[in-house]
Design a protein around this ligand. Sequence first.
Ligand code: C2E
Ligand code: MG
Ligand code: MG
Ligand code: MG
Length: 307
Amino acid sequence: QQFMLQNADSLNGGQSLEHQARADLALEKEISRAMAQREFELHYQPIITLEGGWTVGFEALLRWRHPTRGLVYPDGFIGVAERTGQIVDIGQWVLKEALDALKSFQLLVGNAGAGPRPPLTALAEVRDSLTSEPRRDALFMSVNISGRQLFELQEIDRLGDTIKASGIDPALIKLEVTESLLVDDPAHARVALQLLREYGVRIALDDFGTGYSSLSYLHEFPLDALKIDQTFVATMGRDPKSYRIVRAIVGLARDMGMETIAEGIERNTQLSALREVGCDSGQGYLMSRPASFREARRLLQMRQARW
Ligand code: C2E
Ligand code: MG
Ligand code: MG
Ligand code: MG
């Protein structure tokens, strides 16, 4: 849409691109200042199992606490941060901050230590299978990663160092990438994702179904989870066609050993439709909006991890 608007404007004298470039430059400077002044913060949206209603994880979402403009959402600055490359340093900060938060959440719900979990004994496995309650310490954190952060292998190593230094079981860290990463440079994406996977983290494909990738991408890349985009979720409660699409996506994902997570659940009809098709978990305003660190801790305590 933005592309079309720019094109239309440039037919009227090319003012728009120049104007855009100047606005981008101003924003770039502001972003640098914001990093130095620590104006960025993360909000955390609970991810909930659709069957049991347990909070099993959170997605970390970036916010900018701007001194005059108030709380600025990613749409207002991520694009520029990606074009300028500033997202690389912001993203390193995001990962570290999100992992610190996860440690705190895990301690809150009863994880005795923040270090990697010892392997389960056979006995513990039996005990775990007898309770309907998921292990309380198994809370995960999902972190959005821009393609730009994976351009350089050195940056991937830096992400890996942060993961290792956190002491968190890397299986509880989900990195969310979008289809554009896979489409723009599939060969590089395969290497980048494989390198990340070697650190033990899980990879989720974000906004699935909105990009230009084909279904064949699903088995060409090392993916652990599919996030069903909110555009499908929004219509599946009333439109039989999108209901069938989501059902097919969930079935396909399951066949390929991938987990499914729905985003943007706002209504009960959507929640029950997603349950019907067997989607594993979801997030949305129906359950909770993204919450500040303190609010997220309170939510965890109040609900005892159950929605
Ligand atoms: P996303 O990763 O697809 O995140 C989900 C978006 O849906 C979030 O928007 C979230 O607030 C919103 N959402 C959640 N539940 C509902 C709902 O029930 N209804 C509606 N209408 N929306 C819902 P947000 O926080 O504005 O983030 C937008 C996008 O910005 C994200 O989309 C992600 O692509 C990007 N982003 C956010 N944080 C980061 C970050 O730390 N790094 C990078 N690279 N990108 C980020
Ligand atoms: Mg995401
Ligand atoms: Mg998403
Ligand atoms: Mg989305």
